[in-house]
Design a protein around this ligand. Structure first.
Ligand SMILES: Cc1ncc(C[n+]2csc(CCOP(=O)(O)OP(=O)(O)O)c2C)c(N)n1
Length: 532
């Protein structure tokens, strides 16, 4: 006879598998044993393990993002689950479907000095689509699984927490699914449609971070709209970045005083967007009307309090835009040359130039994403660009890339990241089976370069210690730890290194922070002062 915990775990997995679950990431532990053992009953489920819950959650995030389907994340009780918070917060802000099952102990053991026992119910409060905690006496968790799946998957996806209290015995044998636990049916949610407003002819569409499939779905319509004069700018994370005239468009726009170069209306679609601070533009352009698509975007106005929010599926909205004629804003046609010498910008440019169509590029926060955003003219058009711009900051850059690489083993994977982000997160590489090879450039500018560029932080006393966390470390040790090829450049190399096929490569660009700052600021200035 199967113990209660086995019934619970099997019923949950049976329902999730019937709903379409195929991928599971497990951070092993004893309390989650019923779920780990029940996995054997579901051969359709592909399982990855990683001992570090924080990294495991980012690996799952990378998988959910790459496959655009819910991924189940399993861990043990206690602080194990807490470690998954950063990736869940990121999933919430990127609208990515993660199902997180934290194993827990029976309620009666709370506050009894029992090991690995704490209040887990509200671990991820504030960044969940929903959470479930089945009653301990319930043996059948199918309906919970079904509801959790539906909510995680959408229409607007996001993370769902299942806090699962298992009582002993936790271990069992056998993998036959009892007849009584056959999955129950699924149902679908319809999306509410609303009416399209009458946009003025000089409209600018600003696209933030979008799921790749949605971006691909609206791309032909946008292309058609752009050919009819529609003004468009896609964030580097939008999967539409290559449709923009050039990297600095929004910043350039802010500097324009000529009404001919100012949009009459701005429609914001998708999630996070660099640049973020539109306050000055909003104030000096009070007549610009603001619109925002709610489908795959935030639900509150972003840049202007009087934004009209459109509750319309994005493909439909874009289709309607593609049918009209628009008025184009005059723009500069070229990007000024890069400052000479070896610095972050020239190193990043060299790395980005080496990429080919169809490659995947994973960008670290904070300067790497900015460099790439401005250097899009050196990148091949059909390059997949990925980054965590929800809320993660320097967290999970590599682990998420590991998850993505696992999903796309035949795609060439590249990572461009800062030294602190690289130091912070590399346990994605502990995953088993191990992620496929990647080529990574770490911009080693001795700490957080962003803080040397932020006026407040850079002027503070002890800025290097209190903000930039200056260090003189090399990353050769990391390459050794994971068996990667290692290359270090202290000056402009004469050639771009070849990308190895079967092995990862870590290319450490050792740059001088001061020189990198001067080059970046000078180049930005020349871009923003360009004439149309
Ligand atoms: C998890 C997390 N902790 C702290 C921060 C604050 N933070 C923002 S940028 C940054 C430094 C990033 O340094 P590095 O990875 O070297 O990139 P660079 O600024 O040089 O591009 C830090 C610590 C953050 N974004 N995320």
């Amino acid at each position: 006879m199967l113990p209660k915990a086995a019934h619970q775990a099997i019923s949950l997995l049976a329902q999730l598998e019937a709903c379409g679950l195929r991928k599971v990431v497990l951070a092993p532990g004893s309390r989650s044993a019923p779920l780990a053992l029940a996995l054997a009953s579901f051969p359709k489920l592909k399982v990855w393990t990683n001992p570090d819950e924080r990294a495991a959650a980012f690996v799952a995030l990378g998988l959910a993002r790459a496959f655009e389907e819910p991924v189940l994340l399993l861990c043990s009780s206690g602080s194990a689950g807490l470690n998954m918070g950063p990736a869940l917060a990121e999933a919430y802000h990127q609208n990515l479907p993660l199902l997180v099952a934290t194993a827990d102990r029976p309620k009666r053991l709370l506050n009894t000095a029992e090991g690995q026992t704490m209040l887990q119910s509200y671990f991820f409060e504030g960044f969940l689509k929903d959470r479930f905690e089945p009653e301990e006496h319930m043996e059948d968790w199918r309906s919970i699984g079904q509801k959790a799946w539906q909510i995680a998957r959408g229409p607007i996806p996001g993370p769902v927490h299942l806090n699962l209290r298992f009582d002993e015995p936790l271990y069992f044998e056998g993998k036959d699914i009892p007849e009584t636990l056959k999955p129950i049916g699924e149902f679908h949610n319809a999306f509410q449609e609303k009416v399209l407003p009458n946009f003025p002819p000089k409209l600018l569409v600003l696209a933030g971070q979008l799921p790749r499939s949605l971006a691909q779905a609206i791309r032909p319509m946008l292309e058609q709209g752009i050919s009819k004069g529609l003004n468009f700018w896609g964030d580097i994370s939008s999967h539409l970045w290559d449709l923009s005239p050039f990297g600095a468009y929004p910043e350039w726009l802010w500097n324009q005083k000529n009404p001919a170069q100012t949009p009459e209306a701005i429609l914001v679609i998708g999630g996070t967007l660099l640049p973020r601070r539109w306050d000055a533009f909003v104030q000096s352009n009070p007549n610009v009307r603001w619109f925002q698509a709610l489908h795959f975007g935030p639900s509150s106005p972003r840049f202007h309090p009087n934004t009209q929010c459109l509750d319309l599926p994005l493909p439909e909205l874009m289709n309607q835009l593609s049918l009209k004629d628009w008025e184009t804003i005059d723009m500069p046609k070229a990007v000024p040359p890069l400052p000479e010498g070896w610095h972050d910008l020239s190193a990043a440019a060299l790395f980005l130039q080496s990429l080919q169509e169809g490659d995947a590029l994973h960008l670290g926060n904070s300067m790497s994403i900015r460099y790439a955003s401005f250097l899009r003219h050196v990148m091949p058009k059909n390059l997949e660009v990925w980054c965590n711009r929800g809320v993660s900051g320097i967290d999970g850059v590599q682990s998420t890339a590991c998850g993505h690489a696992v999903a796309h083993p035949h795609q060439r994977q590249f990572v461009l990241t800062g030294d602190l982000a690289m130091d912070y997160d590399n346990n994605g590489w502990l995953s088993s089976p191990p992620p496929p090879p990647m080529t990574q450039m770490v911009l080693n500018n001795s700490g957080g370069q962003i803080f040397r560029l932020l006026p407040g932080a850079s002027k503070a006393a002890q800025s290097e210690r209190l903000f930039a966390t200056q260090s003189q470390r090399s990353f050769e040790w990391l390459a050794q730890r994971f068996g990667w090829q290692y290359l270090r450049s202290d000056a402009m190399p004469s050639a771009i290194p070849a990308v190895p096929k079967e092995q990862s490569l870590l290319w450490e660009a050792q740059t001088q922070p001061k020189q990198s700052k001067i080059a970046w600021q000078a180049w930005q200035k020349s871009i923003l002062e360009q004439k149309a």
